[in-house]
Write a protein that binds this ligand. Structure first.
Ligand code: HEC
Ligand code: HEC
Length: 482
């Protein structure tokens, strides 16, 4: 324990509080993450699980950050967009809202929103073109309505990233035995874990790098983690690895000679950054094996053995002097593992939400219908009363306008007899509507008025029931103003 930590501990004892001090490690407070509007978080959740935000509609964020495998995946090295393989271990997204430094194993990205743009655009992750993604969402009425309801604008890539990042910030694990212990609940940690905490901040000196409330200094170190043969020997992973090195501008003389992940060097190209990785948080380890940037260790026992041995011979000449043989006994190693486990709380689970379906988009949502006149053109002068354009009837042009009316009336068929029946008048004046599963005020407004933006009117008329526009629950009966 550092001198400062000891001093803090003494002060606390003097003040008579029950809180503990753990050297540079701290407990975590869920409230420390500012939470966005629940409507944005809810939208972000749908998008996080929606594979249509990948080029071939196959790969959602949740495929590599799966709640049931620690919001990561269970592989040493991640899968990739179909036809590719990723070259690094997928990281958990739990507690991302607490991270103030960069993201990824090498912190190559500065913000959570940048990270979303990067993941969506990367050819080996989600591989989707920005405009294609926006237009996909525009053909899914519920998404269109949600974006209008929140921002009064159609889906845009920036709002997509903002929503997904807001959802990620809502995934928090702050209830670990260690946090309870730090809050003064002495019983929360076993004696073995308490001894492990002493070693973590003392003899084993893990807290030299694993400090703060997430157990990371968010700095870069070479701990000499051995390479994963799966990278060198898998042609598909080599494709991704070499592609990235070239995209980042590494010279052939450098990338031809790299048989392993150069870590932070990829982001900075500073020789002293070779082999360094961002110290990862240690708050959810129970659920996120295998460990390290390349998934090389499957158990925490293996990790502790690795550190106890002082790491491995260094490939780059940048190994941290803090990584040296620790001389831990069997019991000390077991205590350290017990402490690492005590930093994980209960499993944060989430059911895959029911995703909204493609539907025929009501036209127009925002703009005026295009006519010859609206575009500044001129209608034909002496033309026949009606002409035929493939798939449409052309209504007789009047003055400068020409209106195309779709021949198919399918758009109107989305109101089923069942939904109409629910809108029966109850006393002759007021109308009511029954909220169905998955509906938003926007979709209801569209159903009733043919215009999703009228959701405000519905919201105002039902303020006695709704605190905010997204407070809907299936089975609720809403008043429908004329
Ligand atoms: C094909 C698998 C895959 C998909 C799909 C994927 N990721 Fe990742 N994710 C990874 C891998 C691998 C890393 C580590 C990347 C690195 O270090 O270069 C990562 C890293 C991250 C991180 C950084 C965590 C940290 O501790 O810094 C966040 C946040 C994240 N992903 C969110 C997302 C979001 C949001 C999406 C969807 C838009 C997404 N990912 C899609 C595999 C994937
Ligand atoms: C010199 C700084 C430093 C010290 C000291 C250090 N670590 Fe680490 N730790 C790191 C870095 C950097 C990584 C990521 C390395 C990589 O992926 O190649 C890491 C990774 C880990 C991981 C894997 C986490 C994951 O999500 O994959 C665990 C567990 C861990 N360290 C525990 C410990 C323990 C226990 C100690 C003390 C015995 C310790 N560390 C000492 C910097 C350090």
């Amino acid at each position: 324990m550092s001198i400062r930590g000891t001093y803090a501990a003494m002060t606390l004892i003097v003040l008579g509080t029950a809180a503990h001090a753990a050297g540079p490690l701290q407990g975590i407070q869920a409230d420390d993450v500012a939470q966005a509007d629940p409507a944005i978080v809810e939208l972000g959740k749908l998008l996080f699980f929606d594979p249509r935000l990948s080029g071939d509609a196959s790969t959602a964020c949740s495929d590599c950050h799966n709640p049931s495998t620690g919001w990561s995946d269970a592989a040493e090295l991640a899968r990739g967009y179909p036809g590719t393989m990723h070259w690094r271990n997928s990281q958990t997204i739990v507690n991302m809202g607490f991270m103030t430094g960069g993201f990824h194993w090498d912190s190559g990205l500065n913000s959570l929103t940048d990270q979303v743009h990067d993941a969506m655009g990367a050819g080996f992750v989600a591989n989707i073109d920005t405009i294609l993604g926006e237009e996909r969402l525009r053909q899914i009425p519920e998404y269109e309505d949600r974006f209008w309801a929140i921002w009064q604008e159609p889906p845009t890539q920036d709002r997509i990233a903002e929503s997904i990042a807001a959802y990620e910030r809502s995934i928090i694990s702050a209830d670990s035995p260690f946090d309870q212990y730090m809050a003064g609940q002495n019983w929360a940690m076993t004696d073995s874990a308490k001894r492990g905490l002493g070693l973590f901040s003392g003899k084993a000196n893990c807290s030299a790098c694993h400090s703060g409330s997430l157990a990371t200094d968010q700095q870069f170190h070479n701990t000499s983690v051995p390479p994963n043969a799966g990278l060198a020997e898998d042609p598909l992973r080599q494709v991704t690895f070499r592609y990235l090195m070239r995209v980042k501008g590494l010279e052939p003389a450098v990338y031809e000679g790299l048989d392993r992940d150069p870590g932070r060097y990829l982001a900075t190209q500073q020789p002293e950054d070779l082999g360094k990785f961002r110290t990862p948080p240690l708050r959810y380890l129970k659920y996120t094996a295998p460990y390290m940037h390349n998934g090389t260790f499957y158990t925490l026992e293996e990790v502790v053995d690795f550190y106890n041995a002082g790491g491995t011979p260094d490939a780059f000449g940048t190994k941290s002097p803090l990584i040296r043989p620790l001389g831990l006994t069997q019991r000390e190693k077991a205590d350290l593992v017990a402490f690492l486990n005590s930093m994980s709380g209960s499993e944060v689970l989430e059911d895959v939400p029911k995703l909204p379906e493609y539907g025929i988009r009501q036209f127009p949502h925002s703009a005026e219908r295009v006519t010859v006149a609206s575009l500044g053109g001129r209608a034909p002068q002496a033309s026949p009363a009606t002409a035929s354009v493939a798939g449409s009837d052309v209504i007789a042009p009047s003055e400068n306008t020409l209106t195309l009316v779709p021949k198919s009336n399918d758009a109107k068929k989305s109101v089923t007899p069942a939904t109409q029946a629910q809108e029966q008048s109850q006393d002759g004046t007021d109308r009511f509507v029954l909220v169905e599963a998955g509906e938003t005020l926007g979709t209801i407004a569209r159903r009733i008025y043919g215009d999703g933006r009228q959701f405000q009117k519905l919201f105002q008329a039902n303020r006695d029931l709704l605190r905010n526009p997204n407070d809907l629950t299936p089975g609720m009966v809403l008043r429908v103003p004329q």
